[in-house]
Design a protein around this ligand. Structure first.
Ligand code: SAH
Length: 260
């Protein structure tokens, strides 16, 4: 009877899965995946990361598939709470870091409200890792003494863009489809068109692609796939000297082969 009471509520772990490359998963994340009863995950999680889930664990996909609908946020939180109340150990696995544009805060608040115990396992955010895999340090002495991480999903009418136009390095999330608007907003707020800029598509994934130009030429670089980050600032120039490493890096498949 006592055991049953102790087991009554499980724990939800809000876990960052890193930007793509499964080698960037934290040890803590791997440990929790190996013992979870349920793994609730998004689209931006590498299949090799999901393979670390305990055999017999239930994998529940709640991301957007193709042009389909995303599972509503309150349905996701309801699912997490329901699974925990069944006494299950739940891993809520999110791309990058759960608290960087990942709605981890919203989910944690809902869990706290429902009195479901939770833990947070930070992940390597694409905001830092995707530029790194393109050979772009987000700060660099005497080039950029600050970096701003921001979402492109804000109206042009507020001070959002005026502020962002001033950032020594600007890393914009969720801006791929709004490239024209983003560039217009930054130019209109005084960022020079000649500022070096890049787009990192699927950073750290096998199919990573980097497009480089200036703020003014970004929209001409062609359609941008998903997921993609926009990086604006003088640090982008360092890619000329540092970018080659990513082309030479060991791919996850090669690494798995080497382990065999
Ligand atoms: N929590 C995540 C961000 C989720 S928001 C993190 O910390 O990385 C989703 C946005 O993140 C995408 O629209 C894209 O802008 C960015 N993103 C996520 N993974 C990416 C990757 N591997 N390469 C480039 N951008 C990525």
């Amino acid at each position: 009877m006592k055991r049953a009471t102790r087991k009554a509520v499980g724990t939800v772990h809000l876990v960052g899965a890193g930007p793509g490359d499964p080698g960037l998963l934290t040890l803590r994340a791997a440990e929790l995946l190996a013992r979870a009863d349920v793994v609730v995950h998004d689209r931006l999680v590498h299949p090799d990361v999901l393979r670390r889930a305990r055999s017999g664990a239930r994998l529940i996909f709640v991301g957007k598939q193709g042009g389909g609908e995303q599972v509503a946020q309150d349905e996701i939180t309801a699912l997490l709470i329901a699974q925990a109340r069944l006494g299950r150990e739940v891993v809520r696995l999110k791309g990058g870091d759960p608290f960087v544009f990942g709605r981890g805060g919203e989910e944690a608040l809902a869990l706290a409200e429902a009195q479901v115990p939770f833990t947070i396992v930070p992940g390597v955010s694409s905001g830092v890792a995707a530029p790194a895999y393109a050979g772009i340090p987000v700060t660099h002495r005497e080039v950029a003494s600050a970096v701003t991480f921001a979402t492109a999903h804000r109206g042009a009418g507020d001070s959002h863009w005026a502020h962002l136009a001033q950032a020594p390095t600007l890393v914009l999330f969720m801006g791929g489809r709004k490239l024209d608007e983003v560039v217009q907003a930054l130019l209109a707020n005084g960022r020079p068109g000649a500022t070096p800029a890049a787009i990192v598509e699927a950073g750290s994934w096998e199919h990573q692609r980097v497009l480089e130009g200036t703020l003014a030429t970004l929209p001409d670089l062609g359609p941008v796939g998903s997921p993609a980050l926009i990086v604006v600032g003088e640090v982008v120039r360092l890619r000329g000297a540092l970018g080659a490493w990513a082309e030479l890096r060991e791919r996850p498949a090669a690494r798995a082969e080497a382990r065999r």
